[in-house]
Design a protein around this ligand. Structure first.
Ligand code: SAM
Length: 231
């Protein structure tokens, strides 16, 4: 699998792959990461990539030409590339998208900057458009990384223990039960006593009850879906 980050600021992205799980996955060739800078495709003599908005409005908008040419070159190189644009106005990215996208062979993330990207680019090249939440970031790089991280941990072999993927929040309507580490008693705080007794069926029942409490507290909307049998 290949991830291509189409960005004016690849240095904002690169560091994320220099450590931990994703670094190890790349060393095992489970996926690779490439960068494409639209500025390198600009035909402007000063390599400009943005201009004022047609029709007025604050701020600069990313021009179509450098992005058209960059994305044409990407599609020419690999006609199967799945091109995702990041924008705050799109549908929110969710765990099912992460799982579905992990079977693609090549995903490109197109990051906007300034006031965003000329809409014609999105209309022409987007296979999919995502937001990562109802707030405005300065650029799409963080949003691209969020999606790339969530997708890549669903690629076979990336996580040491694939069970981590099945017993997780958002796999069903119930959030994952609280987790505890050692020591069993720390600064007067105990882990639930049932967890210590080794009766796995009782631990399972307790975890389900705790999952329900946690979901009721943090995500009553998800619990409602669970009760209605939607998930
Ligand atoms: N003027 C735009 C608007 O009001 O919809 C916001 C542009 S934002 C400052 C610049 C870029 O950051 C966007 O083109 C997009 O790529 C990215 N971005 C900002 N917030 C985002 C979010 N919540 N999800 C995904 N991408 C986001």
């Amino acid at each position: 699998m290949t991830f291509t980050f189409v960005t004016l600021f690849s240095n904002l992205v690169e560091g994320y792959f220099n450590d931990s799980i994703l670094k190890r996955a790349m060393e095992k060739n489970l996926f690779s990461v490439k960068y494409l800078n639209p500025r390198e495709f600009s035909l402007n003599k000063h390599s400009k990539v943005d201009d004022t908005a047609v029709g007025g409005g604050a701020g600069m908008v990313m021009n179509p030409q450098p992005l058209f040419d960059a994305l044409d070159s990407l599609r020419k190189e690999d006609e199967n590339v799945h091109i995702i644009f990041l924008t705050p106005v799109a549908k929110p990215f969710v765990q099912n998208d992460a799982k579905r996208l992990s079977s693609k062979s090549h995903i490109a993330f197109v990051s906007g900057r300034y006031e965003g990207i000329d809409e014609r680019v999105i209309e022409k090249y987007a296979d999919e458009v995502f937001s990562i939440g109802d707030y405005i970031l300065t650029g799409g790089e963080l949003a691209s990384l969020v999606i790339c991280d969530a997708v890549s941990r669903n690629i076979d072999g990336v996580l040491g223990n694939s069970d981590s993927l099945t017993i997780e929040s958002f796999e069903s309507a119930l959030l994952e039960a609280p987790s505890f580490s050692k020591p069993k008693l720390y600064e007067g705080l105990n882990v639930p006593s049932e967890y210590l007794k080794g009766n796995h069926s009782k631990i399972r029942s307790l975890k389900i009850a705790l999952s329900e409490c946690k979901t009721k507290f943090f995500r009553p909307d998800e619990l409602k879906k669970h009760c209605q049998g939607v998930k």
